[in-house]
Design a binder for this molecule. Structure first.
Ligand code: DLL
Length: 431
């Protein structure tokens, strides 16, 4: 279902004209109201009138997470602090959180893009939405909540954790849609299986998963384990929260529609910052075209993906591929760039192994060492002692990624699970 068909199917030339008009307004507003941006323009020798179309964006410098930190907490606001009706924040890996503010219009915009996303995922008015994203400073809980209400769904604000209660409410309320992190969906699927729960007692049909990278292997596991069609929802606090992009339930695997009437995406070269053409992988960068409280120009997300128009899709908006990793949690192991999803893909080719794994990075002397801890699948527990499975994965990793790693096999339940939020797949113990 399309929540806003006029916008979602707008012919590209009209969409581009809308973006250009919004961009011109944005640049004027930001120059006038955010001193930090005014200095950036002045330093670059640019006037707001130099930016007339989205093609001109490449002339502007990027905005980074560090810039947000330097302006902590309210330095980048384009409206007086007293006009905010909500604040969210995301905890970074170091130091202070990244703070974002919303005016009433921003909350409307947030709800609109999440409503579009839930509709694309299979949601309909009247359907029960079991919302297991965390409520609080994290944008997931409240973001999905308001979007669900906007679409006319009945939202159950469960928040994360307490798996027993989640399963009880899922069954008793008859939710047809669940949203949570993919790793938590994996936990739920595993519990259903462990307890021998009959899914016929549930009404679940759809899962809307995001907030962390996941793969087709996890999709298959969750779809089968919870009896759902699972789609990807992507977003980040700095831009709005969840609902920056969303996969359509009938177009699974072909990328997620970016709601580009509000968030203009670019993919740029990680090293040079030059915009890359459709289909090429690089760092995702967003310009918020309509946000009031904290508009951002060319925000460097650090997320790695590619963009493409899908001429056969239901909507005209551009699609982004699944995120393969973050430029900053990319491991560099003996000079080789590595994302944990690359290892995950190789694990998934070996039927004796489960989708539960963790990479542990240590340093001995000057040499980085990686241990891949992976669980034997439920069905193959008796093979735990069989070293040849570990050797097989080790060889695949060496052949495909070019790094020697130690592989250790573990029993079901040994590797940490998601307890409701984002799961850490990498344990980096190098000081
Ligand atoms: O994670 C917003 C969100 C909530 C998205 C609920 C989807 C569902 P932050 O905590 O600011 O916001 O983290 C943003 O999480 O830059 C990505 O690295 C990662 N991320 C978010 N969604 C996906 C996804 C929320 N679908 C950071 N696939 C982003 C891969 C994702 N990574």
């Amino acid at each position: 279902m399309l929540f806003n068909p006029t916008i979602e199917t707008m012919p590209l030339p009209r969409l581009r004209a809308l973006q250009n008009e919004r961009l011109r307004n944005l640049v004027q507003r930001v120059y006038r109201q955010v001193p930090w941006y005014r200095h950036k323009f002045d330093a670059a020798g640019l006037a707001p009138t130099d930016i007339r179309t989205v093609e001109d964006l490449r002339r502007l410098p990027f905005t980074t997470k560090n810039d947000l930190r330097d302006n902590y907490p309210f330095g980048l606001l384009a409206t007086p602090r007293t006009e905010l009706v909500r604040i969210h924040a995301s905890s970074g890996t170091t130091g202070k959180p990244t703070v974002v503010g919303y005016t009433p219009a921003d909350i409307d915009l947030f709800s609109e893009v999440v409503a579009r996303s839930l509709a694309a995922a299979g949601g309909k008015p009247g359907m029960i939405l079991h919302n297991a994203y965390g409520y609080g400073l994290f944008t997931g809980g409240l973001g999905l909540h308001y979007g669900g209400e906007k679409l006319g769904m009945t939202v159950v604000p469960v928040s994360g954790g307490m798996t027993d209660r989640q399963l009880l409410l899922l069954r008793d309320f008859g939710a047809e849609m669940i949203c949570c992190t993919p790793s938590y969906a994996q936990t739920l699927a595993e519990e259903v299986n462990k307890r021998g729960i009959d899914l016929a007692e549930f009404s679940l049909r759809y899962a809307v998963l995001g907030a962390e990278p996941w793969t087709e292997t996890m999709r298959a596991y969750v779809e089968q384990g919870l009896s759902v069609s699972a789609t990807n929802i992507y977003g980040l606090s700095e831009i709005i929260g969840p609902g920056v992009s969303q996969e359509d339930v009938d177009e699974r695997g072909s990328g997620s529609y970016v709601w580009e009437d509000h968030f203009f995406p670019e993919v740029v070269d990680k090293n040079t910052g030059e915009p890359l053409p459709e289909g090429r992988e690089g760092v995702l960068v967003f310009t918020t075209l309509t946000k009031e409280a904290m508009p951002l120009l060319r925000y460097w997300t650090n997320d790695i993906c590619s963009l493409h128009y899908d001429r056969g899709g239901k909507r005209t908006h551009i699609k982004m591929s699944a995120i393969t990793g973050r430029a900053d949690d990319m491991l560099i192991i003996r000079g080789v760039n590595l994302f944990h999803t690359q290892v995950e893909a190789l694990i998934s080719d070996i039927p004796e192994l489960s989708a539960h794994y963790q990479l542990v990075v240590t340093r001995s002397g000057t040499l980085d060492e990686v241990e891949v801890r992976v669980e034997i699948s439920e069905l193959h527990q008796q093979m735990l002692e069989q070293q040849h499975i570990a050797t097989h994965l080790q060889r695949k990793i060496k052949d495909n990624i070019g790094i020697s790693m130690r592989v250790t096999l573990h029993a079901v339940g040994d590797i940490p699970r998601s307890e409701g939020g984002k799961l850490k797949r990498i344990l980096d113990l190098r000081g």
